[in-house]
Design a protein around this ligand. Structure first.
Ligand code: ATP
Ligand code: MG
Length: 245
């Protein structure tokens, strides 16, 4: 069994006593969170509960907000958002190369990453020539090309139609299995959380409320009745009372 010290050095995220406030409005109030290396965590919470605020704090993208606490994250971190944030004046391959952050083999690595997300042959396409789903695939390629130890994603599939979203879930699981980063995925979608994650946490009143391990083998199907118990518990934590059936 790993000692406490080994476990700590293998943590991908360690957050202690994290607070964040916009003016007088306290959004995060003493968050303590530890995510081990390689763990896939989904973060749920009502709209406005502070999910994006937490993710931005972890990504170091929250300049100007007041706060205290400590955050430890690995060196190689990638971030993905609801819109792909591809640079419109760069071709697909050059957008993905940006994710390789100056690595000497950025060119070949980006080609591999593009193939991994199923976009081989589209390397010279401009972002506007890609569909919404393809743009998110490109964003995943850019996020994974530097082999991150941690992937932070804020509703990366939120703008996609239901069918494309399911395809993207399969792709993300596949990529995560291959690259083994720890993942913190912000989502509104309880089913997305249960189907993808090893663990689901719910942000409530500025703190981590529910923290549930999803103990089901992969791949998980949406209709699987084993998901129902987790779904009910998470919906209750989100303040949604399931309708009687
Ligand atoms: P959603 O699910 O709708 O994306 P969220 O959980 O990601 O919501 P945040 O974006 O983290 O919520 O916002 C948390 C709260 O902080 C909200 O009430 C929001 O209005 C407020 N907030 C966010 N950014 C700012 C800002 N730059 N200035 C002032 N208030 C802000
Ligand atoms: Mg948000």
């Amino acid at each position: 069994m790993a000692t406490r010290t080994e476990q700590l050095t293998r943590a991908a995220i360690r957050v202690a006593g994290l607070t964040r406030a916009y003016g007088d409005r306290v959004i995060l109030e003493g968050i303590d969170l530890e995510i081990p290396a390689g763990q896939f965590v989904a973060l749920l919470g009502r709209s406005g509960s502070g999910k994006s605020t937490l993710l931005r704090a972890l990504a170091g993208l929250d300049h100007g907000v007041r706060g205290t606490g400590t955050i430890t994250i690995p060196d190689r971190v990638s971030v993905a958002f609801q819109d792909s944030r591809l640079l419109p004046w760069k071709r697909l391959s050059d957008n993905v190369i940006l994710g390789a952050k100056g690595s000497p083999d950025a060119g070949p690595r980006s080609l591999t990453a593009i193939a991994e997300v199923g976009l081989a042959g589209r390397e010279r396409a401009w972002p506007h020539q890609l569909s919404g789903g393809e743009q998110q695939r490109a964003a995943l390629a850019r996020a994974l090309v530097n082999d991150p130890e941690l992937l932070l994603a804020d509703e990366p599939f939120g703008a996609l139609d239901a069918l494309t979203r399911i395809k993207m879930h399969e792709l993300l699981r596949d990529l995560v299995q291959r690259h083994r980063p720890a993942v913190l995925l912000v989502t509104h979608d309880v089913d997305e959380a249960i189907v993808l994650a090893d663990r689901v946490i719910v942000l409530d009143n500025g703190a981590v409320g529910e923290d549930i391990t999803i103990d089901l083998p992969h791949p998980r199907a949406y209709g699987d009745h084993h998901l129902a118990e987790y779904r009910g518990r998470l919906l209750a934590a989100l303040g949604v009372v399931p309708a009687e059936v």
